[in-house]
Ligand binder design. Structure first.
Ligand code: FES
Ligand code: FES
Length: 174
């Protein structure tokens, strides 16, 4: 039997009927057509499905859609504002932090959450904190460069402390 859920996705209020077994990533992709959130493993290993839930980066293949009842969800589609890339997206582009791009939405979402929790980062911090996001193209060097540049861009834009309260004690990915 379908269950009614209400939540906010990328700033828009959403009400929908979902099967109790529907994963959040399936709901986002199949029902809302937000296909920027990818499915790499479906077993909480790769991080391709990372979104923000109440300001915290989580793997959306690891929770049910019904568990997002009342939550504020942001996907990769919600980062750019008024046609302008988010500073982290711009940094990935500038630093060539992607190859095939399959892992990139999850990388960017984890990186944004990381910088919101910890604006001042070293390369080692980035490698440690993003170890839940895998890149099959193995382009990690440029990804680390991109996150460091993105962190500076977020600080310059005044967005590095957004959602700080919600994310204060949260890990980069669940
Ligand atoms: Fe790989 Fe969710 S699809 S962690
Ligand atoms: Fe291809 Fe990461 S850029 S999987």
């Amino acid at each position: 039997m379908a269950i009614s859920i209400s939540l906010t996705v990328n700033g828009a209020p959403i009400s929908a009927l979902v099967d109790p077994g529907t994963l959040l990533v399936q709901f986002l992709r199949d029902q809302l057509r937000l296909t920027g959130t990818h499915i790499g493993c479906d077993t909480a290993q790769c991080g391709a499905c990372t979104v923000h839930l109440n300001g915290r980066a989580i793997k959306s293949c690891n929770i049910l859609a019904v568990q997002a009842e009342g939550a504020d969800v942001t996907t990769i589609e919600g980062l750019a504002q008024n046609g302008a890339l988010h500073p982290m997206q711009a940094a990935f582009k500038h630093c060539h932090g992607l190859q095939c791009g399959f892992c990139t939405p999850g990388m960017v979402m984890s990186a944004v959450s990381l910088v919101q929790r910890q604006p001042d980062l070293t390369g080692d911090d980035v490698r440690a904190e993003l170890d839940g996001n895998l890149c099959r193209c193995t382009g990690y060097h440029n990804i680390v460069k991109a996150v460091l540049e993105g962190a500076e861009g977020m600080k310059a834009a005044g967005t590095s402390n957004a959602n700080a309260n919600a994310a204060a004690s949260a890990p980069a990915t669940a």
